[in-house]
Design a protein. Sequence first.
Length: 257
Amino acid sequence: MKPCPDDRSMELVVARHEEDLRWLRRVPASFRISVYNKGVTEALPESLIGRDEMSVLSLPNIGREAHTYLIHLITRFDSLADATVFCQGHPFDHAPDLHDRLVALTERKETPSPFLWYGFLEDTDDPQGRRLFVPWSKNPERVELSTGSLYELIFGGPSPDLFHFRGGAQFAVSREAVRGRSLEFYERALEACLSDRLTPHSLERFWDRFFGDPIIDPLTLGPDGVLYRKRIRRFEQGEGKSGEIGGSGQLNPVDSV
């Protein structure tokens, strides 16, 4: 049976720096594509110039993908698509199945009601980032995050003891879920994003809470608070450290590929 025609509006928001965007040619035609370019080179290859429902907006190279996402949420608050997908310029390191997930949205096999994480790694961190961010190989200074205090600033309530999330800061969300918060809420988050260069790493840990209750059930995670949703051979052979990106964790046999 063929999928029902989809009359929902859908938009893909791409936070680009200098990544090659030829992969956008495979995005279903039903998606409007908004590229926010923080690089100095042309964002679009020739093959994409003139594509229907395609726009490019230049932004200063600040605030990583979080700044891009919040700019979109604020400036398009009154004209959001029914479903918006947020991703990085090269999304496949974290979400190798992104093309399939976009197709699933167009075929109504998936829907953000209100939110969908994208990515193969479910992980856990604490309010200071000591569990995951501090020992991260790309943090040689071993600086801590202010995730807990940032959460309290944005939400006006106590921070959770742990944050469960999918690495990569890529997700889909419904218009209704975005509008469940006020415009001032997102403006406050943007101001916080610009106040500290590490804030985007903290926001990566709780994007789902922007739009509703946390999505990941900690009881589904392994003993280290980690769950891989695809098989990674080198980790199965004992490489990698527990508790950091690329570490050991529990494999979900249903979702493994």
